[in-house]
Write a protein that binds this ligand. Sequence first.
Ligand SMILES: [Zn+2]
Length: 848
Amino acid sequence: MADTTHFYQLFEPEHYNVYLDINRETKKITGKTTIAGEAKAEKISIHQKYMNIESILADGQKVAFTTDDSADAIRIDLGKTGNVTFTIDYTAPLTDSMMGIYPSYYEVNGEKKQLIGTQFETTFARQAFPSIDEPEAKATFDLAIKFDEKPGETIIANMPEVRQEAGVHYFDTTVKMSTYLVAFAFGDMQSKLTTTKSGVKVGVFGTKAHDAKELDFALDIAKRSIEFYEDFYQTPYPLPHSWQLALPDFSAGAMENWGLVTYREAYLLLDPDNTALDTKQLVATVIAHELAHQWFGDLVTMKWWDDLWLNESFANMMEYVAIDAIEPDWHVWEMFQTSDVPAALQRDATDGVQSVHVNVENPAEIDSLFDSAIVYAKGARMLVMVRALLGDDALRAGLKKYFELHQYGNATGADLWSALGTASDLDVGAIMNSWLEQPGYPVVSVSVVDGQLTLSQQQFFVGEGQDTGRQWQIPLNGNYDETPTIMTEKTIKLGNYEDLRQSNGKPFRLNVGNNSHFIVKYDETLLKDIFAYSEMLDAISQLQLLQDFRLLAESGKISYASVVPILTRFANHPSSVVNAALYQVAGNLKKFVTPGSDEETQLQALFNKLSTRQVTRLGWTPKAGESNDDQLTRPYVLNAALYAKNEEAVASAHKLFTANKASLATLPADIRVFVLRNEVKNFGNDQLFDQLVADYRQTPDASYKADIRAALTSTTDDNQIAKIVDNYENADLIKPQDLRAWYRGVLANDKGQQAAWDWIRNDWQWLEDTVGGDMEFATFITVTTAVFHTPERLAEFKAFFEPKLNTPGLTREIKMDIKTIESRVALVEKEKAAVNEAVKKIVSTCNK
Ligand SMILES: [Zn+2]
């Protein structure tokens, strides 16, 4: 039986002295931790994992203890309660797991080097020092660190270093904080520093494998983000410094350790002279996300992991609020509409999905909470709804209050709703609980029934779903004044449709702005009316039409074939968000065709029709002074033209490759991936393969690396595919942090699918040993699911994963994924003929 008593209930720590001696050569950590606190019971527990505990003193006296590895615990019978100070001596291994204290590996000028960093969220601080490793157990920390130091190396931590004695680095006492936010790092680093208006020191740190200019973009965004938050939250940044550090090995995207945020290199460092706009936007939002946490998450922390959403949903919304404020020309909310929104709508439509708020206890379950589509994307959408309801003034007033009340402490969702509620006259909690506690979301059907404009809500499923009569309080955002702000009933009538249409003078629409988490199904009359006016709709509304059609088609509520003729209507739109939605729908048609078949040729002809005019308009290379929309649209249409095997496009890409053969990295980053992929697919040979592998090894530029990976995994050569798969377990070439992308690349390649699928099944144990227990582990299954759409693969998937259903942290993922593939297979079987017929028809009519 799992023990569900939190250790904090038995012992409340107040202050830690953490001394660590870390040896990179012997991969050993020797530690001494003292914890002063108050025992609430005679028998208490302290977290540890993988440690060899040598001795424990309580107030200077030796005490007996046992270790219980199944509960990550040290059990101590104190025989008394009250204040006590423990001194614990121990050793622990330094492992390559990207959790706890761990090394990152990299090369500078052929020399192999290591940078030591930390990752303590969710439950990995207990691998570094004995602690009450729960978010509620806030305490102050004095860190003292010694390591096998070489000349020129630096060490950084949450707080500034105050002194160095006998090779030991002592850091200033922290403010009260949770264990999962403690961090430090050391090695041979370079940095760039600046200071905010309010005097906070801001720095960006990375290895010396990078060009110094790669630190500039992050430094600017970090500084301006902190200045923005200090103003928006009306609460000062609580620490003397804010360091951003890029680690060469990093499991997640980034981690908001207080005062020392750690990042994947790809999400912090970039070449300011040759990086695609969307990559810059992504990096900026990641930085703004982590810095939003410095208050929301770090200063005020969720009480327990069930309220993880409180941290993540909020930071996920604020990253857009912040970047929209400091870079208004980017229109970064459009990125929200093309990334978070479709991700949330897709995953949340599968029966069995988690709700945003989930009860959890054991560590594997806690890690499985980090479902980016739900806890991040759907949660952010929930908060976007709250923001729209409250307005920014009330939101800011509410947040200021929330920080005042809970700073250096913990809070729950109810605390946030209550702070926001007092700053407005809305019962925010009542509205939000229907979104927070229930999985899924509604489709609102709009129809004219007996002359009455009628709205009705029902849970929306893609694939089989059990309708349990769930209802939501839906912010409708209708464009007729007669629409209520919130729909609380199952069905409502707005009045006589003809009269309403006349008095409003425009087609009826719901969810204007696409900021509420529901989709709309209009009846034929209303839809015709909208289409007649669709030219006048803004880009987001057009994206929304395409998005809702796609989802309704995937659910079988409308026929997939009926969506095909709509596509050409949007093909020449100048907006990148419309193109994003268009090519998402078009890309989904690929599952209906067999590779190499006549149907595929027809589909390629459709892609050609959709993209030709835009390719001509935009050309292959970015033009000086062109709009952001043009920059962001070009990749969609070039990708389409290459899928279509458009001869001119293939030749243009080949020409660009030939002209830049000696310095491929300098190809414009926006289109580089297409040039490389085109070359590998259509003009590939072993020499090119080896050249790209060598470049991959050598370049420090993460976005160039990603382009090479995408190109290499698209090869049609069996030997090259075998070579790639053979290197999956070679960390010198493919870092564990990048393995999933390499696996997905080959799996999504028709010619490589079998090899990748065989590999993951044969070497599952190796994978589990290498990246299991990591919060990203389950996503190896998710990416597999995203590719499969045939009955054969479904059967193989079930045969392999069903026996693993009881693996902690994987149960929900496997169940949902089986459902997802099942529904996709059924959809393809049912609609294949009609969809392909519709494609053929469109292609032939367009040709006339
Ligand atoms: Zn976060």
